[in-house]
Design a binder for this molecule. Structure first.
Ligand code: SF4
Ligand code: SF4
Length: 261
């Protein structure tokens, strides 16, 4: 088994929030939920070869997927030795009353990302915090809040068909400052270096990206038919030419409220 730090899978490409410059492109309406069967069969191609220390279920917003409880159970089944975590913005967890028991039984942490510090957002999050306080008092699972809005940064400019890469021309430097370097994704049965490379093709299908993106769209992920040597090489490669699409220094900005009107 080849050991890696973290491996991630989407339970949904869709999101109830719209965070400007979402690194998973979930604010770009690129797709919907991923059916349980599809998640299970994608993971099955890798779970006999890779041992991630952490396995992360996310999106998009995973709680938009009605099969979330079964997905949590399936992930534990396929990654019995990994630390398991579910990352959610919290607002739709109320639709999954069986989730706290599943989290307890699967020993899955729940990490709630907080995407804005404004009054309206904070007020809307109150019932979520109350519900999770109740769940926590009755079930045994780890609950954490992540201050995701602080130090918000972008890895591209514009939106939809107007999106443009940074093209800073210094992939080593872009990789050095990259916060997604330990976030490989299982997507369409393959493993992708990071969310940006994994879901860029879906943005292109939805918005027909400009010519500037073509060299990044031709990035080749790791296929399940790869040899052990190819697998090892994939995970040991740090910067690669595609990293040139990302900025070579952090481009922080204050995120506008991601609440949809
Ligand atoms: S909540 Fe997360 S997935 Fe949804 S738009 Fe914001 S950053 Fe993206
Ligand atoms: S392309 Fe490279 S620098 Fe950009 S997010 Fe992916 S790993 Fe990071």
């Amino acid at each position: 088994m080849y050991q890696i730090r973290n491996l991630e899978i989407h339970a949904s490409y869709s999101c109830n929030l719209s965070c400007k410059s979402c690194s998973h492109f979930s604010d770009q309406q690129i797709g919907k939920n991923v059916p349980l069967e599809e998640i299970a069969s994608q993971m099955m191609q890798w779970s006999g070869r890779i041992q991630p220390k952490m396995f992360s279920i996310l999106g998009g917003e995973p709680a938009l997927n009605k099969q979330l409880v079964q997905i949590v159970r399936e992930c534990r089944k396929q990654w019995p030795f990994s630390k398991l975590r579910l990352i959610s913005n919290g607002f739709y967890l109320k639709n999954h009353p069986e989730l706290p028991l599943a989290l307890q039984q699967a020993e899955c942490d729940l990490e709630v990302s907080v995407h804005h510090g404004g009054e309206e957002y904070t007020e809307k999050l109150k019932p979520v915090r109350e519900l999770l306080a109740q769940w926590s008092s009755r079930y045994n699972f780890v609950l954490k809040y992540r201050p995701s809005a602080s130090k918000w940064r972008t890895t591209f400019e514009g939106s939809g068909s107007e999106m443009v890469p940074f093209n800073d021309g210094n992939p080593e430097e872009s990789y050095k400052v990259c916060v997604a370097k330990n976030c490989p994704q299982i997507h369409e049965g393959k493993i992708w270096k990071c969310p940006q490379l994994a879901y860029l093709g879906m943005v292109d299908i939805k918005h027909q990206l400009s010519e500037e993106w073509q060299k990044y769209l031709s990035y080749r992920p790791l296929y399940p038919t790869c040899s052990d040597a190819e697998l090892q090489q994939f995970f040991e490669t740090k910067a690669e030419p595609a990293c040139a699409m990302c900025p070579s220094c952090h481009r922080h900005f204050e995120i506008p409220s991601p609440l949809r009107i």
